[in-house]
Ligand binder design. Structure first.
Ligand SMILES: Nc1nc2c(ncn2[C@@H]2O[C@H](COP(=O)(O)OP(=O)(O)OP(=O)(O)O)[C@@H](O)[C@H]2O)c(=O)[nH]1
Ligand SMILES: [Mg+2]
Length: 450
């Protein structure tokens, strides 16, 4: 992909709106836009971050629209290049015409994510921050937005850079020693080396641990509501959604298909799956439903195991669920407490899907089970991206290998290689090491104009 030509794209969503914004970035931006802009000031003479009102005309000098042109001069722009943003009336016809004129004059239509890719290539942001741009745009809950903001602000990048520096420091000592091999000088003891590497490993492990909730911050938490027929699973779904989404009836076996709905609770996106009550059945359709309930348990981050006070806590079904998922993911809930039967203690929460009693407590448990208690208030580094998770794991493996190498008394050269590999795995996260493949993978998922 060419990176020194000038690109353009519509930056606002396609369709009709109040305003559309067309972005132009690259050497030729000002010169080409100037040709078709009729305003008071000359764009090419104007200072960075200035806004100009005028008309945008076509090749024949006919007005396409009244526009506002914002001028950004390199390096003080999003991409780090000379850039122009043209605001027009929000008609797709107008933006198409203007982009058409620009393209006729040697400007190229941008690929998805190309503006941000250039921002990365020009050092305006590192790779983790560039990825955070997409996360900010795609954030669907308060928590995912906060996580993405955090990453865009460079919290994760800072941490990674710190670790890289520590590794570089250890490597340079080892390499220095290699240079003086004949003199048999020791700049750093084996124990010290191991200690330093181990302290990096410890931080990496902490970061890896954050991925569990980091992922759900970004993508949402999958919650399966499962239990025997008629315990009130669909009633609970409806209560949480505040609408009558799933059919509720006194007949056991009402729900057959898995019903999926999203709800934001305290800023966290939960994806709820109401399932068919699990029991042995002769009915083919219901049996398929029960199979799907079991699948839902397997694929969920959390399971609300629902029972009711009429039939009591089902130990057999609980044991069956534990075959499918880890007990730490299961919340045992007793429903229909409004019926005032004696509670049987077997549960993390007692609720009534009819009156809503106890549901707040259930929400609290759902939150704690997924994200811990205070995570969102902290400005700490959180890994939300699988690519970062994989790179961190790789780095950790190289470091553990380095420790072994030191312990086995092998030559510093081998240790240096492991350390360099670890360091470049960390570098992948922030893009100090970035192949075209990595970049394509990341930016292809962006929208055009970003
Ligand atoms: N008193 C009382 N009745 C409830 C409560 N929750 C559900 N019910 C009733 O229990 C019956 C079954 O409710 P559903 O929500 O359909 O139960 P389900 O678990 O989805 O049942 P299946 O889809 O058949 O597995 C209905 O008659 C509900 O009105 C509750 O908290 N209190
Ligand atoms: Mg149901």
């Amino acid at each position: 992909m060419n990176t020194d030509d000038t690109i353009t794209a519509l930056a606002t969503p396609p369709g009709i709106g109040a305003i559309n914004v067309i972005r132009v970035s690259g050497e030729e931006s000002l010169r080409v836009v100037e040709k078709f802009f009729r305003g008071k000031e000359k764009l090419e003479k104007s200072s960075s971050h200035s806004i100009h009102y005028g008309k945008f005309v076509d090749e024949n000098g006919e007005t396409i629209d009244d526009v506002l042109v914002a001028v950004f001069r390199k390096p003080n722009s999003y991409t780090g290049e000379d850039s122009v943003e043209i605001s027009t009336h929000g008609s797709p016809l107008i933006s198409e015409k203007i982009i058409g004129v620009l393209i006729e004059n040697g400007i190229r239509l941008a690929e998805p994510g190309e503006f941000t890719r250039r921002a990365f290539l020009n050092g305006k942001m590192d790779l983790a921050q560039a990825e955070a741009v997409a996360d900010v745009i795609n954030a669907r809950s308060e928590a995912s937005l906060r996580g993405a903001r955090n990453q865009l602000d460079g919290i994760l990048s800072g941490k990674i850079e710190e670790l890289r520096q520590q590794l570089i420091d250890v490597s340079s000592l080892i390499e220095l020693e290699l240079d003086f091999a004949e003199e048999d000088l020791e700049f750093v003891s084996e124990n010290e080396t191991i200690e330093k590497i181990q302290s990096v490993v410890n931080v990496i492990e902490k970061l890896l641990d954050t991925f569990r909730f980091g992922r759900v911050i970004r993508d949402g938490v999958n919650v399966a509501i499962v239990g025997k027929p008629n315990v009130g699973k669909s009633s609970l779904l409806n209560y949480i959604l505040k609408e009558s989404r799933a059919i509720v009836s006194h007949i056991p076996g009402t729900t057959r298909d898995v019903i999926r709905e999203e709800v934001s609770i305290d800023g966290i996106l939960f994806r709820l799956y109401d399932t068919a009550g699990i029991r042995l059945t002769e009915n083919d359709v219901e049996r398929e439903g029960v199979l799907r309930s079991r699948e839902a348990v397997k694929n969920s981050d959390l399971v609300i195991f629902l029972n009711d006070v009429i039939t009591g806590f089902s130990i057999e079904l609980y044991n069956e669920i534990l075959q499918l998922t880890d007990s730490s993911r299961v919340i045992k809930v007793m429903n229909k407490i409004d019926l005032n039967r004696s509670p049987d203690g077997n549960g993390d929460a007692q609720i009534s899907a009819l009156t809503g009693e106890g549901v707040e407590k259930l929400f609290k448990i759902m939150k704690e089970k997924t994200v811990g208690i205070n995570i969102f208030s902290e400005r700490s580094a959180v890994v939300t991206n699988i690519r970062h998770f994989v790179a961190l794991k790789k780095a950790k493996e190289y470091l553990l290998k380095a420790v072994e190498t030191v312990k086995n008394g092998m030559s510093g050269e081998f240790v240096a290689v492991d350390l360099r590999n670890a360091e470049s795995s960390l570098g992948e996260i922030i893009g100090t090491v970035a192949t075209d493949d990595i970049l394509n993978n990341i930016f292809d998922k962006f929208c055009i104009g970003k």
